[in-house]
Design a protein around this ligand. Structure first.
Ligand SMILES: Nc1nc2c(ncn2[C@@H]2O[C@H](COP(=O)(O)OP(=O)(O)O)[C@@H](O)[C@H]2O)c(=O)[nH]1
Ligand SMILES: *[C@@H]1O[C@H](CO)[C@@H](O)[C@H](O)[C@H]1NC(C)=O
Ligand SMILES: *[C@@H]1O[C@H](CO)[C@@H](O)[C@H](O)[C@H]1NC(C)=O
Ligand SMILES: [Mg+2]
Length: 465
């Protein structure tokens, strides 16, 4: 009897202990504690190595590194310190030295004369937060000539050289192959269905221009990188380094700052056309280490609507001018989807990037404080916001604070662990997405998500505070 009791107690104890260990490991991994633990072990090892290598010199944890035990918040504390060190070393003022070599790059804005004042506002943010130190040039393009007032007021505000371009007709018109009747029917139907810009012809020309033409303008021929800026955007944090230089030094080809869901009704046929191009015509164009997992969760069966928001992008023009991209664009254009549907340049750029670039060639620009109606990006940590003099509200951060954000899925899809401050929650992904597997149907009556009141409806959730 006594022996039995002892054994049972031991078994119970062991089970309880192992459950506790398993349970706390799960919690630890979910909260990113494992990262802190690994970091800690790494530092301890390095300290030991130093002490062994230099026995006559005394190293201790205080003058080697300022680690703290198992506290993920230290990631946020250590970072600004490093940045401050860089500042002291003069990195922050690199642009002000006369020998600073600007990159082979320019800002680029497609804009209408009527948007002058919204454009001036955008320029003001870009200049105040970044360009007044760097003086990068700026190219403005329009499908009609810019007015003299526009040119004068814009030039007054840009610290670099300005160029104004009137877009050639062939970059902003219907291809001959387009059946005008069918295009008009599409617009009629989309107006009835309340699709945003569904009835607009100019919006379609704009999307087509941004997908297949802007980089062909002769004014951009001698450039390597562009940074797209729209009227009515903001940068609410300082950008105190040169993103163009970052692109070159890290061999990046596409940079974004926000990722969200496309309106499914505008892109029914886009994935089909894309798959036809890459799988039937050019499997050789698919990058080995691609990010197709960002745009689909069911092995390319359906598009999960995740795309990079193209109103901000910093990109490599040589990629867009490559034979591969051009052929992809020509293939899409031949399908007529710009006019028979309402394909946007954002999902098209995203698909091109997802299929043709390796994941190391993509970059998420964090901490920009970028705003384009109706969403804001805002650094989550107080240290970052103070360091970058941000004026945004962290509770309004779309990227980690809104269930519709595709940034968490981007991290998951490329196998990058979410930052320590990021919620572990599930965001809306294709699995829960209500528009899964929809075909192009004439009388489709699914409720469209209205992006304009996103911030006020129940979908908006602040995960952090
Ligand atoms: N020149 C010109 N620019 C346009 C036209 N339509 C849109 N744009 C520009 O294209 C970009 C996207 O248009 P926008 O109205 O902001 O679309 P949204 O961001 O998708 O709501 C902005 O930079 C606009 O200024 C147009 O007809 N002519
Ligand atoms: C680290 O601190 C100890 C004690 O304060 C000191 O003796 C030692 O010289 C320091 N080592 C270095 C490398 O600064
Ligand atoms: C800038 O980049 C373009 C495209 O890669 C290239 O043709 C041009 O020679 C470059 N200019 C300079 C000054 O490096
Ligand atoms: Mg816009």
């Amino acid at each position: 009897m006594v022996r039995w009791d002892k054994r049972r107690t031991r078994i119970v104890l062991i089970s309880i202990l192992s459950s506790i260990i398993i349970f706390s490991s799960i919690i630890a991994v979910r909260n990113n504690h494992h990262k802190a633990a690994i970091e800690y072990l790494d530092k301890i090892t390095r300290l030991k190595v130093l002490q062994t290598l230099y026995p006559d010199q005394y190293f201790n944890k205080d003058n080697y590194t300022d680690f703290q035990f198992l506290d993920p918040s230290t990631f946020n504390i250590i970072r600004p310190k490093l940045d401050e060190e860089q500042k002291e070393n003069g990195n922050d003022n690199e642009a002000q030295s006369p020998e600073y070599e600007r990159e082979n790059a320019s800002f680029f804005s497609l804009v209408r004369n009527e948007e002058l004042h919204l454009m001036l506002q955008s320029i003001n943010y870009v200049e105040e937060r970044f360009n007044k130190k760097y003086n990068y040039p700026w190219i403005f393009a329009n499908n009609v000539p810019f007015s003299d007032t526009f040119k004068k007021e814009v030039s007054n505000l840009v610290s670099g050289k300005t160029t104004f371009v009137t877009i050639p007709k062939e970059y902003w018109s219907y291809p001959e192959s387009i059946d005008q009747l069918r295009a008009a029917e599409t617009r009629e139907r989309m107006i009835k269905e309340n699709v945003k810009y569904g009835g607009s012809e100019s919006y379609r020309h704009m999307c087509r221009f941004n997908s297949g033409f802007f980089y062909k303008l002769k004014e951009l021929q001698n450039l390597k990188y562009y940074w797209r800026v729209e009227p009515d955007i903001k940068f609410t944090c300082d950008i105190n380094y040169d993103p163009f230089k970052f692109m070159r030094e890290h061999k990046k080809k596409y940079g974004f700052t926000m990722a969200l869901h496309e309106l499914h009704r505008t892109v029914y046929g886009l994935l089909e056309a894309t798959k036809e191009f890459f799988h039937e015509k050019h499997p050789d164009y698919i990058a080995k280490d691609n990010t197709i997992g960002f745009i689909t969760m069911d092995n390319e069966e359906t598009f999960n609507m995740c795309h990079f928001w193209s109103n901000f992008e910093i990109g490599d023009l040589d990629f867009l001018r490559s034979k591969q991209y051009e052929e992809y664009f020509q293939h899409l254009d031949s399908k007529g989807g710009f006019f028979y549907e309402r394909w946007g340049d954002a999902p098209i750029h995203t698909f091109a990037v997802a299929y043709m670039l390796n994941k190391e060639e993509l970059h998420y620009f964090d901490n920009t404080g970028y705003y384009h109606v109706p969403h804001t990006q805002c650094p989550k940590t107080t240290e970052k916001r103070e360091e970058l003099r941000c004026i945004c509200s962290p509770g309004k951060d779309y990227n980690w604070g809104n269930r519709d954000s595709c940034l968490p899925h981007y991290y998951d899809s490329i196998g990058e662990p979410r930052p320590a401050f990021a919620p572990r929650k599930n965001y809306i992904t294709e699995k829960e997405h209500p528009f899964k597997k929809r075909e192009l149907e004439q009388d489709d009556t699914i409720e469209e998500r209205d992006f304009d009141d996103e911030e006020d409806n129940d979908d908006y959730e602040d995960f952090t505070e």
